[in-house]
Design a protein around this ligand. Structure first.
Ligand SMILES: Cc1ncc(COP(=O)(O)O)c(C=O)c1O
Length: 328
């Protein structure tokens, strides 16, 4: 069996295991986005309403369910580092599967996140001035103590979990012809693209990144993973570099048909659009994929489109600024 088919089988198998712990998020029809291009219809996959507030629960449940299925793996325990959606997802999944998990968070992580993580029963260690230090420490601990390191994206089993977003889109919309996805480390798009190409080679996958942090886009252009400094962006969920040797590079290179880069102004407008049009709160990372479609809609005539709205965690002050800016 070819590797694509095998990947799809693994996605379908893991979905049976993890779906009882997930919401089947809606595909919301958007009349305004649909009207941007003749004969196209646009649906927004609301992973921003997924349990823990993002698609990340899928990857964490996938990885931890696999760890929990083996007493040997489970007894090693797991460790991760994140200040955001991945941490919340891991806290949720570790409680469900009874996997002992240590979580390294950078100093200055928001109090509300810490209290949510504690509520979810997370074992927290605050370490380092930013997430990179927390990550290095978590990897160190995994090596010294033999714990399993759970990467937010650089892990095939995490990618298989994220791919279940694609499975749900295809099940509900079998005639989908293009899917827009925000990209950071590439776990979400890598999994989703591999799954959808295995099922229907003709579905177009569009990778979307902010102009301030577009490492995967530049890497695919260069034909290898590159290092590029990231600037400040509203899309904090996708911001940052990609680890050397990341398993997400090849699917991004081989299965993503097109890349769109968006400005901060476009991200902010699309966050406001979701609130104004649909009364939905989304974070900047979700705004990236919506903005990418808005920017290039005229190229998608006659398409049936799904845009993944990947998360909702935006701070009240950032959202307040966006509202003030766009309703002035
Ligand atoms: C809301 C949100 N969207 C997108 C991403 C990027 O996902 P990936 O690193 O799998 O590309 C993240 C990563 O943390 C995220 O939190």
């Amino acid at each position: 069996m070819d590797s694509l088919k095998l990947f799809a089988q693994r996605v379908e198998a893991i979905y049976k295991t993890i779906s009882p712990h997930l919401y089947k998020t809606p595909l919301l029809y958007c009349p305004t986005l649909s009207s941007l291009c003749k004969d196209s219809s646009v649906f927004i996959k609301l992973e921003s309403e997924q349990v823990t507030g993002s698609f990340k629960a899928r990857g964490a449940l996938s990885k931890l369910s696999i760890i929990a299925s083996s007493e040997t793996l489970k007894s090693r325990g797991a460790v991760t580092a994140s200040s955001g959606n991945h941490a919340l997802a891991c806290a949720y999944a570790s409680k469900i599967y009874g996997v002992d998990m240590q979580m390294y968070l950078p100093e200055g992580v928001s109090k509300s996140k810490v209290s949510q993580l504690k509520l979810a029963g997370a074992n927290l260690v605050i370490h380092g001035a930013d997430c990179m230090f927390a990550e290095t420490k978590a990897r160190e601990v995994s090596e010294i103590e033999g714990k399993i390191y759970v990467s937010p994206y650089n892990d095939t089993e995490v990618m298989i979990g994220q791919a279940t977003v694609g499975l749900e889109i295809l099940t509900e919309m079998p005639d989908v012809s293009a899917v827009f996805v925000s990209v950071g480390g590439g776990g979400l798009i890598g999994g989703l693209a591999t799954y959808l190409k295995a099922k229907r080679r003709d579905i177009k996958i569009i990778g979307c990144q902010p102009i301030q942090s577009k490492v995967m886009y530049e890497s695919v252009k260069a034909g290898k993973l590159i290092f590029e400094e990231s600037g400040e962006t509203l899309s904090d969920g996708t911001k940052g570099g990609v680890e050397e040797g990341a398993v997400t590079f090849e699917p991004c290179r081989d299965y993503v048909d097109d890349w769109i880069v968006v400005s901060e102004e476009e991200i902010s407008s699309s966050v406001f659009f979701m609130l104004n049009e649909h009364c939905k709160t989304v974070e900047g990372s979700a705004g990236v994929a919506i903005a990418a479609y808005q920017q290039q809609a005229d190229r998608y005539k006659g398409h049936k489109i799904a845009i993944v709205s990947c998360g909702c965690r935006i701070s009240p002050s950032t959202l307040g600024k966006i509202i003030a800016q766009h309703s002035a």
